[in-house]
Design a protein around this ligand. Structure first.
Ligand SMILES: [Zn+2]
Length: 274
């Protein structure tokens, strides 16, 4: 107690004012609050933002590409999970999902890169011309091809394809795409004329211009004229289910970057249709 009284007596009279001491306390608190902010902006010490950053690194962005391992193969348990189920290989479509084997896959990601560039060129040119194109189908499974082939044969309706198994068709190998009108679907002859014009300008073959069996929405890879007239090496690789080699030799795969997503090729023909 005596010590305290002594120190109080040594202070000048102005410092003993309670208002001044309160003002000094407020200024001190403000300074303490500003120090970390100033230090962070100058980079002198880890700021709050820099400490928080690593916590957000593990969150993948929506729509990010599938993880690729060192061999360039998808590395997650189901590498097709980011694609519509109609694009999944048949062996993953079991139980209630088996209905998706008959649903068209319309993802451009399943195409070899060269083919995809030509299809995107066609879509761009159509949009610039004021059209509203819709990609209806890209990859086609064997089960879906057999389902389509049955129309007009074992199933009522008009024939929609002359290809009995997907393995002898361009869609199965990522070499064909069907483009329809977004609102009028297959019912717009002038639109399909321009699909054909732009597809051919982008280096594709247009089914719209085929004489004997025109296939209006269909555009396909031009390096292989037809499956029956495919070169021997192509027929051999198809028989061996070597899709990657087929794409590489056909020049449909980019030499840069990871290979496009390669869907496993169907094995022997699948059993009876439901
Ligand atoms: Zn087609």
């Amino acid at each position: 107690m005596p010590d305290r009284n002594r120190s109080r007596r040594r202070l000048p009279a102005a410092w003993r004012s309670p208002q001044l001491r309160a003002a000094l306390l407020v200024i001190g608190a403000l300074c303490l609050a500003l120090i970390p902010l100033l230090a962070g902006s100058l980079g002198a010490s880890p700021s709050a933002a820099r400490v928080r950053a690593p916590a957000t690194l593990g969150t993948p962005a929506i729509g990010s590409p599938v993880a690729i391992d060192s061999a360039g193969r998808p590395s997650s348990a189901n590498p097709y999970a980011h694609l519509p189920k109609g694009c999944w290989p048949e062996h993953l479509l079991t139980g209630r999902d088996s209905v998706w084997a008959f649903t068209p896959c319309n993802a451009l990601e399943v195409l070899p890169i060269g083919m995809r560039v030509q299809v995107e060129c066609t879509l761009d040119r159509l949009r610039k011309g004021g059209w509203d194109p819709l990609v209806f189908e890209t990859y086609r499974s064997d089960r879906r091809q057999q389902f389509l082939y049955s129309y007009g044969r074992t199933r009522p309706g008009k024939r929609v394809t002359n290809v009995a198994t997907a393995r002898t068709g361009f869609h199965h190998w990522g070499w064909a795409v069907d483009i329809i009108h977004r609102t009028r679907h297959w019912n717009h002859p002038r639109f399909f004329h321009w699909v054909g014009q732009h597809a051919e300008a982008c280096g594709l073959v247009a089914g719209a211009f085929w004489k004997s069996f025109p296939d209006f929405p269909h555009v396909q890879f031009a390096a292989i004229e037809s499956m029956s007239r495919a070169p021997t090496w192509a027929k051999r690789l198809m028989a061996e289910n070597k899709r990657d080699s087929l794409w590489l030799i056909a020049g449909a795969m980019s030499p840069r970057g990871p290979p496009p997503l390669a869907l496993p090729v169907s094995g022997v023909a699948v059993g009876a249709m439901p």
